[in-house]
Design a protein around this ligand. Structure first.
Ligand code: NAI
Ligand code: MG
Length: 318
């Protein structure tokens, strides 16, 4: 088994080594290899992600990624968008769990408003929002598959009242849910976001388009104590890519205080994806134990370092 490790920039370099140690412990037979990506690499070499890097990522059974910094340079094209497209990672899964709620946000990851089809001018700039039947159908199948393993309840987040492209998304999701026997309802994404924050226990699986899923899942960080807690998976037919939801956090990078839990939970999702469900659950349990013991980084009101939280999780696991 081959696991690619791409810490990226900023706190990615601090939280990913912690998550890697956990994976090395739980997957003793696996081969781990580094892939350097991101802004630091771009500054040094002129490229944030080369064709060889894409090849290396593809030559893996799973990828653990940290975060990359986006510089304010118009020539710089997004590393993550490129990876998602080239590896066709169409499903972005973002679980949000806490006391009395367990939500899975399923975000379409390859089209929508992040199509990359843009015309930039000084007086007028446009971005094309692309919704296809094929793209909607496969994300709906993924969401329904998860709903069937969970509480069989699907909410389709959309804005079809204003965006006519969302009519295709909404109706495709509804017909896939009917076919799959999943109980589904539709909701407008703006009101839905508020309702999820107010009544998280009412939600199981939520499927939505690219940008809505991006915003909804960050907003749900409110329910879990912030961005430092939220893991994610990017899944395609062939490849699987796991990353914390947060970015490179330049404001706290280098201080050793970044919360490693989002990265550790991303490693747990990687384990589950490889069929190591027992190990994945053990990691989640260890995280719960460490938090309950009050071993927390400052974003959660604690005074532990990244290393101390990581060590406590590893100690609990071993
Ligand atoms: P961010 O997620 O890096 O930080 C937002 C706020 O949350 C900051 O105050 C940060 O200190 C805090 N935070 C985030 N993760 C944390 C953690 N693990 N522990 C404690 N505090 C944490 O988002 P921001 O500031 O909008 O972006 C910073 C850079 O990261 C930008 O260059 C942006 O483009 C990039 N970015 C990259 C992403 C990725 O690689 N997936 C995702 C989001 C942003
Ligand atoms: Mg985001």
């Amino acid at each position: 088994m081959r696991i690619a490790i791409a810490p990226g920039d900023g706190i990615g370099k601090e939280v990913i080594p912690v998550a890697r140690r956990i994976l090395e412990m739980l997957l003793p037979g696996a081969e781990f290899f580094d892939v350097e990506l991101g802004y630091e690499k771009w500054k040094r070499t002129g490229s944030a992600c080369t064709d060889e890097d894409i090849g290396a990522l593809k030559d893996s059974d799973a990828i653990l990624f940290g975060a990359v910094t986006t510089p304010p340079d118009p020539c710089y094209s997004s590393v993550l968008l490129r990876i998602r497209k080239e590896l066709d990672l169409y499903a972005n899964l973002r679980p949000v769990c806490g006391d009395g709620f367990d939500i899975m946000i399923v975000r379409e990851n390859t089209e929508g408003l992040y199509s990359g089809i843009e015309e930039i001018g000084t007086e007028r700039s446009t971005t094309l929002r692309v919704v296809t039947r094929k793209g909607s159908e496969r994300i709906a199948r993924c969401a329904c598959g998860l709903a069937k393993e969970r509480r069989n309840s699907l909410v389709i987040g959309n804005k079809a009242n204003v965006l006519k492209s969302d009519v295709l998304f909404r109706d495709t999701c509804l017909s896939v849910a009917a076919e799959e026997g999943v109980s589904a309802r539709t909701a407008y994404i703006d009101a839905l976001t508020l309702d999820v924050l107010m009544h998280p226990a009412n939600y199981d699986v939520i499927v939505t388009t690219n940008i809505f899923g991006d915003i909804l899942s960050d907003a749900c960080g409110y329910l879990t104590g912030g961005l430092g807690m939220l893991p994610s998976a990017n899944i395609g037919e062939k490849y699987a890519f796991f990353e914390p939801v947060h970015g490179s956090a330049p404001d706290i990078a280098g201080k050793g205080i970044a919360n490693p839990i989002a990265a550790i939970r991303s490693a747990a999702m990687l384990l589950a994806h490889l069929g190591r469900t027992e190990e994945a659950e053990a990691v989640e349990d260890a995280v719960g134990f460490v938090l309950a013991a009050g071993i927390k980084t400052p974003d959660l009101g604690g005074d532990s370092s990244t290393e101390e939280v990581g060590e406590a999780v590893i100690k609990r696991l071993s």
